[in-house]
Design a protein around this ligand. Structure first.
Ligand code: PMP
Length: 351
């Protein structure tokens, strides 16, 4: 090793799902929405004034936080926006997890949490999900440096009812509790309603899933003014202009269309519930998903083999191959037509 190499940061990075260049594949591997963004987005893109690109964007993304505040019945000062919820979560880790005590999160969960903890040198402890992949809330009662979990959890798709979420927050009022609600709109009850009661709660959501805008990179956190202002101080200590102008304007235009948002969600939930029956007919077992993906396993066939087979048929799903979930596939809910193709291929494989 050369002398200067000793100063290079060595870290195992987060590995995102594949984004194949080929447009002819059925892409069910990264939990994107199969439907286009709200019609207002198309108008906003067409009418975008490119001359505005000369200027730096509004560091507070006020246009966007104004729309979000209207949508959730909160104030603009309750919102922090960033480049996808990954950016928001990363700032939250840096802002809130500064204790010598370990932070707690589930053993099977969004694998980025471990990467951020390593990156920012935050001690952490993983709490084992039970055999049905539920979060065991009592495991989070002990003194800790902070708590984070997704609800529904990923990749398990299991939802914790709101009273369970509140129980964890109630037992952790001396630290910050982050609920990552990337998938909440597909069938869960958001912890946003608890914000008034708990000043130490941060709820994080994204435009990438329910709002069909993964490519735009918009995420947001909702919390007390105290928490949001602390996140802004950290953000302004790294990069003031994280959100670009098109994202602010186009993102704002997406929030207003509540009807389109609800209609798209209803379609995905309907497809998901049909998919559950079809997976069952084929002998798969799965958790009762409340997200836009299903976490499935088969007693007779290895997940890895199914994954490879589907890939050979140009159908991409996600296989993790990690401890406790190595015989599981995470399959994003696509359109009805895409799901028909998936089941045709699975039937063929199983026959
Ligand atoms: N949280 C969870 C649980 C996720 O699965 C994802 C998607 N990879 C994210 C956060 C980040 O999504 P985004 O950065 O697109 O908002």
């Amino acid at each position: 090793m050369k002398e200067w190499e000793k100063n290079i940061r060595v870290i195992a990075p987060y590995v995102p799902g594949e984004q194949p260049k080929d447009k002819n594949i059925i892409k069910l591997n990264t939990n994107e929405n199969p439907y286009p963004p709200a019609p207002g987005v198309i108008t906003a893109v067409r009418e975008f004034d490119t001359d505005m690109l000369r200027l730096y964007p509004d560091t507070e993304a006020s246009l966007l936080t104004e729309k979000l505040a209207e949508f959730y019945g909160l104030e603009q000062e309750n919102f922090f926006v960033g480049v996808g919820s990954d950016d928001v979560l990363s700032v939250a880790f840096q802002t809130f997890f500064n204790s010598d005590m370990p932070i707690y999160f589930p053993d099977i969960t969004y694998s980025f949490y471990k990467v951020w903890a390593d990156m920012y040198r935050i001690p952490y402890e993983c709490k084992k999900l039970d055999d049905d992949y539920n979060i065991v809330k009592e495991d989070y009662y002990k003194e800790n440096g902070g708590v984070i979990f997704p609800n529904p959890n990923a990749p398990t798709a299991v939802l914790m009812p709101l009273d369970g979420v509140e129980d964890i927050i109630r037992h952790n009022q001396d630290v910050i509790v982050i609920v990552d609600e990337a998938y909440i709109d597909f069938g869960g009850e958001s912890a946003v309603s608890l914000l008034e009661k708990y000043e130490n709660l941060l709820v994080v959501q994204t435009f990438s899933k329910a709002r069909s805008m993964a490519g735009m990179r918009i995420g947001y956190a909702m919390g007390s003014k105290r928490l949001i202002s602390a996140m802004n101080d950290v953000k302004f200590s790294i990069n003031s202009y994280t959100m670009n102008l098109p994202s602010i304007i186009i993102g704002a235009s997406a929030v207003s269309d509540r009807q389109y948002f609800e209609d798209t969600l209803a379609k995905i939930v309907n497809t998901r519930e049909n998919a559950k029956s079809r997976f069952k007919e084929l002998g798969f077992t799965f958790t009762d998903s409340k997200a836009n993906f299903i976490f499935v396993s088969h007693k007779k066939y290895r997940a890895k083999d199914i994954f490879e087979y589907l890939k050979s048929k140009n159908i991409f799903v996600r296989y993790f191959g990690t401890e406790r979930v190595d015989n599981y596939l995470r399959i994003t809910i696509g359109t009805d037509e895409q799901m028909d193709k998936l089941f045709e291929a699975l039937e063929e494989y199983i026959d």
